[in-house]
Design a protein around this ligand. Structure first.
Ligand code: SF4
Ligand code: SF4
Length: 496
């Protein structure tokens, strides 16, 4: 039963409110950069440097069944296939395809058949979703065809229309301006997974979005539920708890309980792919912060942050750039990095001095707001002293890095940084331990093999000696018999 409640979380007012939510079409970028590394693994380029490509054309294919295709989002010429800086805190470089626009935005031929999706089999629809490059657009980027194709006995499909972070309004805009496409996209997902019901979850401060979707929803299986606006209600496990009162255990998955969660923007992308035969080549990005006038933009994938930021004309101050959100986002310094399928927002804030970090005063506020009932203060001590074993005992790996604890900490301790560091250290130690275990197993096996060879050789020598001895004894016995026979013959001759 829905109680719309979950433990902890915080209510945060949008620091950068707008009078009217809009979607502005961003101008065509002059260049795009498409990373080949996706959530589902590496993809293989199917174009070469110098090739002319059309918008919507596949430029890289997944190496395995887990990944999705990558498409050119503009028409133009492939400039390079090499390492470029992409969206990651480390700002490490990874293999990318760079395309220079010809400014014409020429598209591949797309079918215009308007066949009812109910005529397509589940397999065809799943393949279409994969080939259209669709991944979860809420932030994780998990391949949609894998998630939707994996579930067995699905009873509930949850469509997450909650904004993941305060200040982000890209999904709100999508729901207000594309409600018909979203509802049809949800119906396609419903047709594929065969759920008994669909719940579209929207925060209760998004009345316009709620009204728009309600107007286009005529499907008895689809209900639209408003939930209290509270960060982090958009986190999958917390949303399931709030809507269905079902706990997904630590390390467990919603699909194991017959539940699938998809983002509202993913439903729209599914509509575009199946009905309009349009692959995923653009997304809505919120550009906000106190350095700009906040708004939403539909922008081609692979366009640089710089391209988008230049459209909003930031003020003349020095800025900090953050992608994803003020809570769980990542600070970036290089704004030439490309917009990816999971870039929901860019925060452009005026640079301010960071507050001084002080000692923990054991106030316990961090525990009160933790939505997964952890003890951040304890985790902090263990992470700080690099005591990973004890941090794991305090369920370090269950931390969703929502930053609620950071937000309320009066000592301004960057708790999440400690937790992500501890997780990385755990990963490194586990990797190192696995490496040591493998090396030890190899050594033990070598020792065992040497000992076994030694024993086998000793046994072989024993067997050989025994055989030789037996052979000699046999020969001796035969010689004896011959001598005795000759002696008998001689005796017989002597008697004559
Ligand atoms: S909120 Fe900060 S100061 Fe208070 S207990 Fe947690 S870590 Fe310590
Ligand atoms: S970041 Fe981790 S420890 Fe802190 S409130 Fe969120 S889940 Fe809890």
């Amino acid at each position: 039963m829905a109680n719309y409640l979950f433990n902890g979380g915080i209510v945060i007012n949008n620091l950068y409110p707008v009078n009217k939510v809009e979607i502005i079409q961003a101008s065509l970028p002059t260049k795009i950069v498409l990373p080949l590394q996706q959530f589902g693994g590496q993809t293989k380029p199917c174009v070469s440097v110098g090739d002319y490509v059309l918008a919507g054309q596949v430029v890289a294919s997944p190496k395995g069944g887990f990944g999705v295709s990558i498409h050119a989002s503009i028409s133009g010429v492939v400039l390079s296939i090499d390492k470029q800086t992409t969206v990651h805190q480390s700002e490490l470089k990874s293999e990318c395809i760079t395309i220079e626009s010809d400014g014409k935005d020429k598209w591949i031929d797309r079918k215009n058949d308007h066949v009812d999706f109910l005529h397509y089999s589940t397999e065809v629809l799943i393949e279409t979703i994969q080939k259209s490059g669709i991944v979860g657009l809420g932030g994780a980027g998990f391949p949609t065809h894998v998630k939707i194709g994996k579930v067995v006995d699905c009873h509930t499909l949850i469509i997450n229309g909650t904004e993941c972070e305060p200040g982000v309004m890209c999904d709100d805009a999508l729901m207000q301006f594309h409600p018909r496409e979203i509802i049809r996209g949800v119906e396609i997902l419903l047709h594929i997974c065969g759920a008994k019901r669909v719940i579209i979850a929207i925060e209760d401060d998004k009345q316009a979005a709620y009204q728009a979707l309600s107007m286009f929803n005529h499907n008895d299986k689809i209900s639209i539920n408003q939930i209290p606006t509270k960060y982090t209600s958009g986190a999958e496990k917390l949303l399931i708890k709030a809507l269905l009162d079902v706990e997904i255990p630590s390390g467990g998955f919603a699909v194991d309980k017959g539940i699938i969660c998809q983002n509202i923007a993913t439903a729209k992308a599914v509509f575009d792919a199946v009905i309009n035969h349009r692959p995923l080549v653009s997304r809505i990005v919120t550009v906000t912060g106190d350095g700009v006038k906040p708004n939403n933009f539909e922008v081609r994938l692979g366009a640089s942050f710089k391209h988008l930021v230049s459209i909003v004309s930031p003020n003349n101050q020095a800025h900090n750039y953050r992608i994803g959100g003020m809570m769980m986002g990542v600070d970036v310094t290089d704004i030439n990095i490309p917009i990816s399928k999971t870039t929901s927002a860019i925060f452009v804030n005026n640079q301010v001095l960071k507050p001084v970090v002080q000692e923990c005063i054991r106030c316990g506020q961090c525990s009160e707001v933790c939505p997964v009932r952890l003890l951040p203060q304890q985790l902090y001590w263990h992470a700080k002293s690099e005591n990973i074993k004890d941090a794991l005992n305090y369920n370090l790996l269950d931390c969703i890095e929502c930053a609620c604890c950071d937000y309320v900490c009066p000592s301004h301790i960057p708790l999440v940084s400690y937790f992500s560091f501890a997780k990385a250290l755990n990963k490194q130690q586990t990797h190192e331990q696995n490496r040591i275990n493998i090396a030890r197993e190899r050594f033990e096996f070598r020792e065992y093999r040497l000992e076994r060879n030694k024993l086998e050789r000793a046994q072989m020598m024993t067997d050989k000696k025994k055989t030789l001895k037996e052979k000699m004894a046999k020969e001796q016995s035969q010689k004896q018999k011959i001598a005795e026979a000759m002696q008998r013959v001689q005796q017989a001759k002597d008697k004559k």
